[in-house]
Design a protein around this ligand. Structure first.
Ligand code: NAD
Length: 314
């Protein structure tokens, strides 16, 4: 696997892309944001860490301009942006029947959407605990530590899985091959489906939300619904363990002082990934004849917030 593309080179795409590039791999960033692409072309990607700020030269292009094919395509747009651009890059021959397509996005159902474009055996799924932020066009902030788990979407072993994990480890990204990636995806999606919409609707940090007496009255039934829907799809989650993980995020010394990403997206006028979290859980619930009133309500409310904060402002 020689040539890697990062499809969607925002905060996380720049983290993964810059670290792979610094490990000596041939990486091309792909993004539609003209100012960002222009800034990276002119000045390189500015990387700020806890201890250092430096610039790296890294090829960057827009989907329209791509004129080569890749062995590995790591998808890191927001969930709602991925299908269209992956299809476009497939139609242009940048993704071929040899390309391993690795989704590292949050949310559920990415394998199903990608399998409309490339066969299942080309799709790999990852969950990452790394974080990243953008400080403006061409400037990424990389703090903290994290990890990545990955597996081929159809669960089959494939030498490419080991190879991708090796490349990510060469890039100090702390990767391992999972033997149950769907459990990890659903676990992270549960945390995101609880803290993201609730902190957004309440307009609270995670710690502030936890101090509301109603918090556990919302969190417990929400997690119960998600566990039931996951079970209907053959994914077995531990309800108590998930509630504990959510509560572990509450203290100020943990993630308590942060607003979740959905809050940041919404209050910065960007659409959220709600349809790939609670919205997707509601859809799966419908398919399995399971009522999901908590997930339905949160999805509805976040869409109302999007209407007020984005559509009415434009
Ligand atoms: P981001 O908004 O910073 O980056 C997404 C990038 O995709 C943007 O630069 C945007 O211009 C680009 N884009 C949009 N449409 C495109 C298109 N059609 N073609 C090419 N590029 C396009 O978002 P992010 O925070 O990097 O998140 C990406 C994914 O990673 C999300 O699923 C998110 O939930 C997940 N994630 C983020 C973090 C984090 O700390 N930022 C951590 C874990 C997981």
């Amino acid at each position: 696997m020689r040539k890697i593309s990062i499809i969607g080179s925002g905060a996380m795409g720049c983290r993964i892309g810059s670290q792979l590039s610094q490990a000596g791999y041939s990486v091309t960033l792909i993004d539609t944001w003209e100012d960002h692409v222009q800034a990276i072309r002119e000045k390189g990607l500015e990387v700020q860490t806890e201890t250092d700020t430096y610039s790296i030269d890294i090829p960057v292009t827009t989907p329209n301009e791509v004129n080569e094919s890749f062995d590995l395509a790591i998808v890191l747009t927001k969930s709602m942006q991925s299908e269209e651009v992956v299809r476009k890059l497939y139609d242009k021959g940048a993704i071929t029947h040899h390309t391993a397509v690795l989704s590292m996005m949050n949310g559920l159902g990415h394998d199903e959407r990608l399998s409309k474009i490339v066969p299942h055996e080309q799709i790999f799924l990852a969950v990452t605990m790394w974080t990243a932020g953008l400080r403006g066009p061409g400037k990424v902030l990389l703090e903290g530590i994290g990890s990545i788990e990955l597996q081929r979407a159809d669960g089959q072993t494939d030498e490419r899985t080991e190879r991708i994990a090796q490349m990510l480890n060469d890039a100090q990204l702390n990767a391992k091959v999972s033997d149950d990636i769907f459990r990890s995806i659903w676990s992270k999606a549960t945390l995101n489906s609880v803290l993201n919409p609730l902190c957004t609707i309440f307009d609270k940090t995670i710690y502030e939300f936890s101090q509301n007496p109603i918090a556990s009255k919302l969190v417990h039934p929400l997690v119960a619904e998600i566990v039931q829907v996951a079970t209907s799809r053959g994914v077995h989650l531990d309800q108590q363990e998930l509630i504990q993980k959510i509560e572990n995020a509450y203290p100020k010394e943990a993630q308590g002082l942060h607003y979740p990403s959905m809050h940041q997206d919404l209050y910065n006028g960007r659409y959220t990934e709600i349809d790939y979290l609670n919205g997707q859980i509601s859809k799966y619930g419908d398919e399995a004849d399971i009522d999901t009133p908590y997930n339905d309500t949160l999805t509805f409310l976040i869409h109302q917030y999007e209407f007020v904060h984005i559509e009415e402002q434009s």
